[in-house]
Design a protein around this ligand. Structure first.
Ligand code: 2AM
Length: 460
């Protein structure tokens, strides 16, 4: 009998955990996977004792579903999603729903949405965040696509999503097709947050000469302050962690960072839409530079920086300054991220609910933090807010940090510490608050060598 609520295709860890989460919330799920033997393994192990059922073919899978059929894909982006959609289409009827919960690029989401709309099938592209741990206990879900599908998936999605405050789900409908765009910006911001914390760690380690336990303690303290976040919390835990030999693990880990798709996509979009989201860009470039390990080893033997000196100021007070520089830079990063969302909304004619997006990021996902509550308040108070920095709370917060931020950047520069994200954040702030920038000289030069002409100021 067709009684299953929803099917999920893709039994990697994320898919399995999402299924178990749905099962815990009382939904009956049918599991399927390209390598069908994984279905049996899953039923015999992780899903043993649950109501989860499996299917040996897509035909069998859909035959078990209640109408309209709801099918979640959690498979590798592009090829696997394309393949499954192609196989599913002949089996589905008008009004059935395909949800892509993988890491698809937002343009692919638009393509699927349009192709399937023409066939009467409702497509939803949903960002899913929270990592492998978030999936079983409550991920952050960012669904967008064909809105006709929302009434049929809302209960499941909001049921399984992480909850914050008085039980508000970290999941709401994102305007047409924007689900994966919102997830992409989230991942870009995550790159920025990770890098900002690295810069704070670098300054603590190499300017203040702090021991690993002292740094762990500092991050623990900070986690009770404005920069309280999941990433701050895990930084303290990572700094404290010792291996089996009783030695700190972190200094033994290679400093070559990789960079997967979505962080880079955010940076590419900022150039494409001409929005100065420089902090995410710098976070991506910092990873690229880190990956040039062999070159850096050679360069480190040849290229001299400033003479290494003992920090002579008040260490405790400089540590507070670093915390403030981190906080201010983080505000800039989020302000830039929302600038990108705003521009995409203009480009694509979306009406984005920025407060709602912030709520989706508030629990479970990697950038979750108390600070997002303040961003939500800002957009709830003024949904038309042009820039986060113009909100009174954030304006004062940045102003209060400004002197510390400048001091940290100048001290770090003098000590030869690379801080691309701290510095770009400060430069952005200084650029954004200037009525008159030196771009008049660019315009004049372009006209000088290329007869581009220029515009005169109204009061000229
Ligand atoms: P598999 O177990 O058969 O490899 C994450 O990799 C998920 O995507 C897995 O469920 C994996 O199935 C699936 N996947 C990866 N590439 C695929 C493809 N080309 N076609 C279908 N499924 C694929």
């Amino acid at each position: 009998m067709a009684q299953d609520d929803i099917a999920l295709i893709g039994l990697a860890v994320m898919g399995q955990n999402l299924i178990l989460n749905m099962n815990d919330h009382g939904f009956v799920i049918c599991a399927f996977n390209r390598t069908v033997s994984k279905v049996d393994d899953f039923l015999a192990n992780e899903a043993k004792g649950t109501k989860v059922v499996g299917a040996q073919s897509l035909k069998e899978m859909v035959s078990k579903l209640k109408k309209p059929w709801r099918i979640i894909l959690l498979v590798k982006a592009i090829q696997a999603v394309d393949d499954f959609i192609k196989k599913l289409v002949p089996l589905l009827d008008t009004g059935d729903i395909i949800i892509d919960g993988g890491n698809s690029e937002y343009r692919d989401t638009t393509r699927y949405f349009q192709d399937l709309k023409a066939k009467g099938i409702l497509f939803v592209g949903s960002g899913v965040s929270g990592g492998e741990d978030g999936a079983p206990y409550g991920p952050s879900l960012m669904p967008g696509g064909n809105k006709e599908a929302w009434p049929y998936i809302k209960t499941i999605f909001q049921g399984i999503a992480a909850k914050v405050g008085t039980g508000e789900p970290c999941c709401g409908w994102v305007e047409e097709k924007a689900g994966h765009f919102v997830k992409m910006v989230h991942n870009g911001i995550e790159y920025g947050d990770m890098r900002l914390i690295c810069e704070a760690y670098h300054l603590m380690r190499d300017v203040l000469g702090m021991e690993q336990s002292e740094m762990a303690q500092a991050f623990e303290e900070w986690n009770k302050m404005e920069v309280d976040s999941f990433l701050t919390e895990i930084t303290a835990n990572i700094l404290k962690f010792q291996d089996n030999n009783g030695k700190y693990l972190l200094p033994k880990i290679s400093d070559r960072a990789g960079q997967k798709g979505t962080g880079n996509w955010s940076a590419i979009s900022t150039l494409e839409y001409g929005i100065p989201v420089a902090l995410i860009g710098e976070a991506v470039f910092a990873r690229c530079l880190s990956s040039l390990k062999d070159e850096r080893i050679q360069a480190s033997k040849k290229l001299m920086g400033p003479q290494k000196t003992q920090f002579e100021g008040d260490k405790k007070s400089f540590l507070e300054d670093i915390q403030k520089a981190l906080y201010a830079s983080k505000i800039i990063s989020y302000a830039q991220g929302f600038m990108l969302l705003r521009q995409a909304a203009i480009e694509f004619g979306w009406t984005l609910n920025y407060g709602g997006i912030t709520l989706m990021w508030r629990g479970s996902c990697i950038i979750r933090s108390v600070f997002l509550e303040k961003i939500k308040d800002a957009f709830d108070q003024n949904p038309e807010l042009q820039n986060l920095l113009l909100d009174n709370f954030f304006k004062s917060a940045v102003e209060n940090c400004q002197a510390s931020w400048q001091w940290v950047v100048s001290t770090g520069v003098q000590a030869g510490i690379p801080m691309p994200c701290f510095t770009t954040a400060l430069s952005f702030y200084n650029g954004y608050r200037h009525e008159m920038l030196p771009a008049n000289l660019i315009q004049a030069k372009q006209d000088y060598f290329g007869a581009h002409t220029y515009e005169l100021l109204a009061n000229a």
